[in-house]
Design a protein around this ligand. Structure first.
Ligand SMILES: Nc1ncnc2c1ncn2[C@@H]1O[C@H](COP(=O)(O)OP(=O)(O)OP(=O)(O)O)[C@@H](O)[C@H]1O
Ligand SMILES: [Mg+2]
Length: 233
């Protein structure tokens, strides 16, 4: 579905990604691991055409997206839940969700109902200001908002950030459900290697802007290098 070939990216003259090669097959959950500053967010932004200058190939369903502006991505079925969630804190949950469909010229009632079914917690809180919700609820709202555009490819940047372990599990259960029951392909960037590798089919490890390792997620979970670097074992 997604084939990234020799992707290089720059902030001004400073290079941040070096010949990155990543593939995501239809129906997979793929995780990109990496420590602070590894370039995970930069990779997400670069795929989306935000902020960085980029060179290489970003092929999605056979189309090279390298010259496609960010606001067009949603029309190709790609959506991003950014690091830090970026909800509108002074808008309600309902308004935040509806904004996820803002750029889509379609009837959204069915999608809205489906999203609320998936997140009963949000359904109870539609009139609450997003900024007053707990971190876990805000992450659910951010994912729900992303789903409002009916994507086929969902990108998530550190959904576990700042959440308690049991909430992290809930968030990843939902990610699995989105993948298995709704057939949405997922690319998730994480520092929490443990839960990410348990959830994903395949994984890549990014360090200093380069892919250093890749493979089956369960194999990576058992790899001594991964255990030492990311699992603190
Ligand atoms: N807008 C920017 N301008 C210049 N440099 C940037 C910019 N954003 C990020 N960088 C640099 O790019 C490198 C990678 O940062 P990035 O945010 O992609 O890392 P990350 O893996 O997402 O880290 P974290 O786990 O902390 O979120 C860092 O050295 C960072 O300082
Ligand atoms: Mg980041």
């Amino acid at each position: 579905m997604l084939r990234i070939k020799n992707l290089n990216a720059y902030y001004g003259d400073v290079q941040v990604l070096y010949d990155v090669n990543v593939e995501v097959n239809d129906g997979e959950i793929v995780t990109i691991l990496g420590s602070n500053g590894a370039g995970k967010t930069s990779l997400m932004k670069t795929i989306c055409g935000i902020e960085t200058r980029r060179k290489g190939v970003i092929e999605f369903n056979g189309e090279n997206l390298i010259n496609l502006p960010a606001h067009k991505l949603i029309t190709r079925g790609i959506t991003l839940t950014p690091e830090g969630r970026h909800l509108f804190p002074e808008l309600t949950v309902r308004e935040n969700l509806l904004l996820g469909a803002y750029a889509i010229n379609k009837k959204i009632n069915d999608t809205y109902e489906k999203v609320l079914e998936m997140f009963p917690r949000l359904k109870e809180r539609l009139s609450q200001f997003a900024g007053t919700m707990s971190g876990g609820e805000q992450q659910m709202c951010a994912i729900g908002r992303a789903l409002m555009s009916n994507p086929t490819f969902l990108m998530l940047d550190e959904p576990s950030l700042g959440l308690a372990p049991n909430i992290v599990e809930q968030v990843f259960d939902i990610i699995k459900k989105i993948n298995k029951e709704n057939g949405i392909t997922v690319m998730v960037v994480e520092q929490n290697a443990n839960i990410a590798l348990q959830t994903a089919d395949r994984a890549y490890a990014l360090e200093n802007g380069e892919i250093k390792m890749s493979g089956d997620a369960k194999d990576m979970l058992r790899s001594p290098d991964i255990q030492k670097l990311y699992l603190g074992l």
